[in-house]
Design a protein around this ligand. Structure first.
Ligand SMILES: [Zn+2]
Length: 230
């Protein structure tokens, strides 16, 4: 056994032990029905089967262009439990969400060259330790074999979107994204944005506007949930 494979084997062993210790401390119960589960997932198979799919919708960007948005479902239980887990910094939930994005939307038929996660502001990143859109994008990259490219950077801190009116949200998100330094090598590509929750569409609208200098061929987006404002 080479040193390298020995190190790999030891790391795999350590990961398995850590996973068992974690299961002893936090037993794997389904986040919604609280049933005991035999896996590292957050929602059990029975709850996943309850997710009600929705029809994808277009978001108008300019007179001629629209962004097609694919979502797993509306913001309702049991999927809502998974989103809430994720907000508490559960990386495992983000990965399960990534898999659901692939399995519960028509993404397999969507044409795209690169996957662009919507960035999180660094203060929130520091607080949570990871960006859930990035985690989901990495999972989608494995399924689609397309690369994750960080084309966007947040230029200033966005106020919390919740509680703001539609107009204020639009103002809040104006110039919120900058293009990354090496973005110009990705001109005229087919883009797939990844974000968690769609409310007014203002974030995705701002992301599309920021990418305009790259003249993308097509932009599509995939989100976990669509929140209907009533
Ligand atoms: Zn369950």
């Amino acid at each position: 056994m080479s040193v390298r494979s020995f190190v790999h084997a030891s790391m795999r062993g350590a990961t398995a032990i850590l996973s068992r210790i974690k299961n002893l401390i936090i037993p794997p119960f389904c986040a919604y029905c609280r049933d005991f589960m035999n896996s590292d997932e957050v929602l059990c198979e029975r709850c996943l089967a309850r997710i009600r799919p929705i029809v994808s919708m277009p978001l108008r960007i300019t007179k001629k262009k629209e962004l097609f948005i694919y979502a797993i479902s509306d913001y309702e239980y049991p999927l809502r439990s998974l989103i809430q887990q994720k907000q508490y910094g559960n990386r495992c939930a983000s990965r399960q969400l990534g898999r659901l994005l692939w399995e519960h939307t028509p993404l397999e038929q969507v044409q795209f060259d690169i996957i662009v996660p919507i960035p999180l502001h660094w203060t929130r990143y520091a607080w949570r330790g990871f960006n859930q859109s990035e985690e989901m994008a990495n999972v989608l990259s494995k399924y689609s074999k397309k690369p994750v490219v960080h084309l966007l950077e947040r230029s200033k801190k966005t106020l919390w979107q919740a509680g703001l009116s539609r107009e204020n949200r639009a103002v809040n998100l104006r110039q919120v994204f900058n293009l990354a330094k090496d973005a110009y090598q990705y001109e005229r590509m087919r883009i797939l944005f990844v974000d968690d929750v769609l409310t007014t569409g203002a974030t995705l609208y701002a992301a599309c506007k920021a990418l305009r200098p790259l003249r993308p061929a097509i932009c599509s987006a995939v989100v976990v949930c669509r929140v209907i404002n009533k």
